[in-house]
Design a binder for this molecule. Structure first.
Ligand SMILES: NC(=O)c1ccc[n+]([C@@H]2O[C@H](COP(=O)([O-])OP(=O)(O)OC[C@H]3O[C@@H](n4cnc5c(N)ncnc54)[C@H](O)[C@@H]3O)[C@@H](O)[C@H]2O)c1
Length: 347
């Protein structure tokens, strides 16, 4: 049993708090909103989510789940803080960190008064580098203590989906975490020990990046399917059937093989066929901005490689392979041939 503070009684915090209590931990949920605190303290969930009503009410009744607005009291009486406050987007699109920084300052001040080890684990979605450049400095400044030595720090992104959040908690699609120190890493391992699936222990910045990659990938897939659906409809084809059959191909279409960062695609088929589908979409007045952007992004990768080579001005360049992929002599639309050509043009 671990004594846990969960900060933020919102969509993620309430699920985390109730599920941790359900696993037998002693949980205090903390929020600046007294109405949400009162809701937990009367055994009711402040948000609508399948099974959450039951989990909040039974665990509150069993004395494992309570709530408070008092941050310092929560820190003093627990071994780990799990932070689930919002990180809403700003008008520019940048991540909004005002709730996170304000809370780090409050937690830091409370840590200064606390004896014994305490770990601060962030679950809010944070752009890569935020733990290192924002959270840790704020906690250290406010506490006057050294992160990783006098108190623990970890990052543990949340992948649950609203609507199935409790089920996702107990059957997670991904478990990824990172920590600055061994006690926090051990805490993360222990808190997740009963959950099925592989645990990915990585550095905090990688964990931050994985969260954004996961959401961007999901968003891209949805948009891709929508664009295909729109084009299919314009030619009288059932896009649902097309995508269903495509998804049955785990060898190529759904293979992780094509999901490794590297160089541009090329060859006699992919660029030509993408251009033809794009042309068809344009002819049928169907907007396909994602497909439109794919060829542009692919060309950018060649420009990027050229810029990398040009950093070594005046050198002779050797190329290992020039065809569009290993095992063929096909030079049609080979991105490496395009790169060689650009380098030759550049002298
Ligand atoms: N909602 C989701 O499905 C989901 C899934 C994965 C990750 N996330 C991420 O989790 C984070 C939280 O999202 P959410 O949807 O649960 O947000 P939310 O807005 O529902 O809840 C945030 C809560 O934090 C509270 N809060 C703000 N400042 C506080 C402070 N100083 N001390 C204590 N509580 C404070 C707010 O009052 C609010 O109740 C975000 O970074 C989000 O991107 C959300």
């Amino acid at each position: 049993m671990v004594r846990v503070s969960v900060f933020g009684i919102g969509y993620t915090g309430t699920v985390s708090a109730a599920c941790l209590a359900e696993q037998g931990h002693q949980v205090v949920a903390v929020d600046i909103d007294p109405a949400k605190v009162a809701s937990i303290n009367t055994g009711r969930t402040p948000i609508v989510e399948e099974r959450l009503d039951e989990l909040v009410s039974t665990n509150h009744a069993a004395g494992r789940l309570s709530a408070t607005t008092d941050i310092a009291e929560a820190i003093l009486n627990t071994d780990v803080s799990i932070v689930c406050v919002g990180t809403p987007g700003e008008d520019t699109g940048a991540i909004g960190l005002s709730y996170v920084t304000a809370l780090c300052r409050s937690i830091g001040a409370a840590l200064a008064e606390r004896k014994g080890h305490h770990s601060v684990i962030m679950r809010s979605t944070l752009v890569p580098g935020t733990m290192e450049s924002v959270c840790v400095p704020e906690l250290e400044r406010a506490s006057g203590l050294k992160a990783g030595a006098n108190f623990g720090v970890g990052y543990f992104p949340e992948f649950l989906r609203e609507g199935t959040a409790v089920a996702d908690y107990f059957e997670p699609c991904l478990i990824v975490y990172g920590a600055m120190d061994d006690p926090t890493m051990t805490m993360l391992r222990d808190l997740n020990a009963a959950l099925p699936g592989e645990h990915h222990a990585v550095d905090m910045k990688t964990a931050e990046m994985i969260k954004y990659t996961s959401n961007s990938w999901r968003a891209t897939k949805i948009t891709f399917a929508n664009e295909i659906g729109n084009i299919a409809k314009s030619v009288g084809v059932d896009g649902q059937a097309v995508m269903k059959i495509l998804c049955s191909d785990h060898e190529v279409a759904m293979s992780p093989y094509f999901l490794r960062p590297g160089f541009s695609f090329g060859g006699s088929c992919l660029p030509k066929d993408l251009r033809a589908l794009r042309f068809l979409a344009n002819s049928n007045d169907v907007a396909a901005p994602l497909l439109q952007g794919v060829l542009e992004a692919n060309e950018n990768q060649i420009v990027r490689a050229e810029a990398l080579v040009k950093r070594f001005e005046g050198r002779t360049v050797g190329m290992v392979g020039i065809s569009f992929k290993p095992g063929t002599d096909d030079l049609r639309e080979s991105p490496l041939a395009a790169l060689a050509s650009r380098l030759l043009d550049g002298g």
